[in-house]
Write a protein that binds this ligand. Structure first.
Ligand code: ATP
Length: 325
């Protein structure tokens, strides 16, 4: 096992609150263990362009509470090609980077896995995405902040929904995952939840609206973006057609879900897995994501972490049904 002298750290893919806390943890623990640390800007694009700089204890001062990522993030077309990855490897060698911590979601880890197979460089990953859609960790960095942002917004929407007797369809993020919609739907007291994982179709929602209390005039339907049933505007159109007496409104929460100060949960998660990532590299581990399962550090091969099939708990859907009467 070759000695590690200089760890490169980067954030990649969609940003999520808590990435800065993760960068801080990696930088500070590398220094603690007397290892150099190099910041790589804009994920794989920065690696290819040689956009890297040495980091020290002060480079990560006063960032634990900030949303976004001081290293910036990007999606890189070039890294998808073997030629792009070859340049990235050469740049890392030029900058004396001999190990990597990747902070991102499933795409980031797919890239890290390929890279670790093609080149002899240890890579470990920190799960950081608002979607919580990785196997091998109970929660991903950013998810807790995002769901709290959503319920804060939906609580406000409820005030106006109640005052005007309106039905609101609230669309939240989650490209292929309904975990944000599912949890926030329960927390915000939604009447129905539409997510890609369950076969909840619009018919079931219609039935629920029909059989629901007639004296309950304000309603919230939570929807994960790009589910089978269509986007919020399509669903709104169909509800308006079927229930012309409802005053239906649509609210797409969008990018506010990615921003803001990370919650305490996300900062602690980022700090724990960040320290564990450096320790894992120094212990000779590679090609693994470092997560938390049942509050314990857990190592999952990139290959398994990115299977992208996270079961939704059917009890959660049942809870929505029971509590929305
Ligand atoms: P989020 O889920 O929050 O959007 P992510 O990490 O999944 O984050 P992606 O945009 O899917 O974000 O992936 C980030 C980058 O990883 C891509 O732009 C690409 O450069 C790299 N990548 C993804 N898949 C591969 C792959 N199969 N081979 C090489 N690189 C890849």
């Amino acid at each position: 096992m070759a000695q590690i002298n200089n760890i490169g750290v980067y954030t990649s893919g969609g940003d999520s609150p808590g990435m800065n806390a993760a960068i801080r943890a990696v930088v500070r623990s590398a220094i603690y263990y007397n290892v150099g640390v190099t910041g790589i800007r804009r994920g794989y694009d920065g690696m290819i362009n040689g956009d890297m700089f040495p980091m020290n204890r002060k480079s990560v001062s006063n960032i634990i509470q900030r949303g976004g990522t001081i290293l910036k993030t990007a999606r890189s077309e070039q890294f998808l090609t073997p030629e792009g990855r070859k340049i990235a490897y050469e740049q890392l060698k030029k900058n004396n980077v001999d190990a990597l911590v990747a902070i991102g979601g499933d795409g980031t880890f797919r890239g890290a896995r390929v890279f670790g197979q093609e080149y002899d460089i240890p890579v470990v990953g920190l799960p950081s995405t608002i979607d919580n859609d990785l196997l091998g960790t109970d929660f991903t960095i950013g998810y807790d902040t995002a769901i709290n942002t959503v319920i804060d917004a939906v609580d406000k929407i409820r005030d106006t929904a109640e005052s005007h007797d309106r039905l609101f369809i609230v669309e939240v993020m989650g490209r292929d995952s309904g975990l944000i919609a599912l949890r926030t739907g329960i927390a915000a007291g939604a009447e129905a939840i539409l997510i890609p994982e369950s076969k909840t179709d619009l018919k079931a929602v219609f039935e629920r609206l029909e059989s629901g209390r007639k004296d309950k005039t304000s309603k919230i339907i939570m929807l994960a973006e790009s589910g089978e049933a269509g986007d919020a505007f399509e669903i709104g159109r169909q509800i308006k057609e079927k229930f012309p007496n409802y005053d239906t409104r649509i609210s797409v929460l969008g990018h506010i879900q990615r921003g803001g100060k990370p919650t305490c949960m996300d900062r602690v998660l980022a700090s724990r897995v960040g320290v564990a990532a450096v320790e894992a590299l120094l212990a000779g581990r590679r090609n693994e994501m470092i997560g938390l399962i049942h509050n314990q550090i857990a190592y999952t091969a990139f290959e398994n972490a990115t299977k992208h099939f996270v079961d939704v708990n059917p009890d959660f859907l049942k809870i929505v049904e029971i509590l929305s009467i």
